[in-house]
Design a binder for this molecule. Structure first.
Ligand SMILES: Nc1ncnc2c1ncn2[C@@H]1O[C@H](COP(=O)(O)OP(=O)(O)OP(=O)(O)O)[C@@H](O)[C@H]1O
Length: 242
């Protein structure tokens, strides 16, 4: 059966200062799945994530949302509000943790009593309830990342983009992220994740796309990997790729 494509790009070319950093004929994000983008340093993972999440609209080629072509010259605010991004280096705003988590709901004009309830609920799930009144600037790296995850999830995005969220975290925080992340994401959510973490890939991935030199080297669903590598195990295969 054909998988549902929620985002698709075709004939993508991204050139920076005369250097082609992305050159992709076709790539699709599968709906309600964990889509992993992997590859070595400088292979174009973040550049592709920025295009898929509409953070970057300056590129050659077409991008489609549920089969409908997106006009890159427009702001596409309504569509962007359906997306959330978790960055490698969390960017937090001046103000306390509550303010930071609540912001996406405020921007959507949600009633204050509902905001209070949702923020407390989300903070509880990420085990940062005790930090709600603390200034975001005084948080540790792990606490900052948890706050940014809470902020990304609070608006219940249709697509969650994650760019190497655990790279700067210590072992304990990585363990927390890996063991809680699948539960924080709802079944209706689509996830696009750039990651080097083999455990994450092994435990979460539905589709894996390998980039090399700005090109898609391979895209496969996890079932195809299992079929092809029966006996070898996905871990061995991923080890050779990243
Ligand atoms: N604005 C820019 N100007 C010039 N070169 C750029 C620009 N943005 C990205 N690049 C280059 O494009 C290539 C791909 O970068 P990108 O950040 O997408 O790679 P990546 O796979 O995410 O790498 P990493 O794993 O190191 O984060 C790199 O060689 C990078 O130096």
């Amino acid at each position: 059966m054909l998988e549902d494509k929620i985002i698709e790009v075709k004939n993508i070319k991204k050139i920076c200062r005369g250097k082609t950093i992305l050159d992709i004929d076709q790539f699709a994000v599968l709906k309600n799945k964990f889509n992993f983008i992997i590859g070595g340093n400088g292979s174009g993972k973040t550049s592709l994530l920025n295009i898929l999440s509409l953070v970057e609209q300056d590129f050659r080629g077409e991008i489609y949302y549920k089969g409908r072509k997106i006009n890159k010259d427009e702001q596409n605010l309504a569509l962007r509000r359906k997306f959330s991004v978790i960055w490698q280096d969390p960017y937090l705003y001046r103000g306390n943790v509550f303010y930071n988590i609540a912001l996406p709901l405020k921007l959507r004009n949600i009633e204050q009593s509902i905001i209070d309830k949702k923020v407390r609920e989300m903070a509880g799930r990420l085990e940062i309830s005790n930090l709600l009144e603390q200034s975001a600037y005084t948080l540790s790296g792990g606490e900052k990342q948890k706050t940014s995850i809470a902020r990304a999830l609070i608006s219940e995005p249709e697509i969650l983009f994650v760019d190497e969220a655990t790279t700067n975290l210590d072992e304990e925080s990585i363990y927390f992220f890996n063991s809680h992340f699948a539960d924080l994401v709802t079944d209706e959510m689509t996830v696009v994740m750039v990651s080097h973490d083999r455990r994450q890939i092994k435990e979460l991935a539905d589709q894996i796309t390998l980039l090399k030199g700005g090109k898609v080297k391979t895209t496969k669903t996890i079932n195809d990997f299992n079929f092809e590598l029966f006996g070898a195990g996905i871990e061995t295969f991923i080890a050779e790729l990243v």
